[in-house]
Ligand binder design. Structure first.
Ligand SMILES: [Zn+2]
Ligand SMILES: [Zn+2]
Length: 227
């Protein structure tokens, strides 16, 4: 640092922004957290005019560590402050912290990470219930997952594959009627339908699409010749 008199409690003036949404703390070089500004304002009544700020939540950050002594010595207050950067002005400031854990509940990156973890757990659960149903040959819950539009694609793909492996004719209606946008699942659907027909010696009537015997010469549903 060029300025020898600069103390570690001075606001930072060398903001490093690594990418659009990432800031590095000038005091400790750790990634700053995206922090959600609470709906009420607790500092100056004017608000930060943004819904998020970047705050260094590194408890070992020298700026944060020194702040306690600084506040105590200069103001006789038992509190500290953390390095903060405003995303619009890129202005660096200090945001008061009443305790080490103050404000940590509003860290957006951690909230997002928790959500991601939850999603992975949900997917694993869905996969496990698929496997359970497959083992006891219960096609209903597997069909439900196939039809669930908000389910993970990987889970629906697995359901599609399992229905083929179960070779149960009752799965055909669901397989044929379900709206699928993803090519990989569509391909798997075609494979699964073929598998079910093969195992049951059946096929689709080319005229009316009903399921008929592989060797049928006339469709029993539409009475057309099926060759
Ligand atoms: Zn820091
Ligand atoms: Zn027919």
């Amino acid at each position: 640092m060029s300025n020898a008199n600069r103390s570690e409690t001075d606001p930072p003036n060398n903001i490093k922004q690594t990418s659009g949404d990432e800031y590095i703390c000038p005091h400790c070089n750790k990634k700053m957290n995206k922090w959600q500004v609470p709906p009420f304002n607790f500092s100056d009544g004017l608000g930060w005019c943004t819904d998020h700020l970047y705050i260094c939540f590194n408890d070992d950050c020298v700026f944060f560590k020194n702040s306690w002594e600084h506040m105590d010595t200069n103001y006789g207050q038992s509190m500290g402050y953390r390095a903060m950067i405003h995303p619009d002005s890129k202005e660096s400031m200090a945001i008061p912290a009443g305790s080490v854990d103050a404000m940590k509940g509003n860290i957006l990156d951690e909230i997002q990470e928790a959500k991601d973890r939850e999603s992975i757990e949900k997917r694993q659960k869905a996969m496990a219930s698929l496997t359970d149903a497959f083992i006891i040959k219960d096609i209903e819950p597997i069909i439900d997952i196939l039809l669930a539009e908000d389910e993970w694609l990987s889970v629906r793909l697995k359901a599609t594959e399992m229905l083929g492996d179960m070779k149960d004719l009752r799965a055909l209606d669901a397989l044929l009627s379900v709206e699928l946008e993803h090519e990989t699942i569509k391909e798997q659907r075609t494979k699964s339908i073929k598998k079910i027909h093969k195992a049951n010696f059946t096929r689709e009537c080319p005229s009316c699409a009903e399921v008929i015997k592989q060797r049928a010469k006339i469709c029993k549903y539409c009475s057309k010749e099926v060759g």
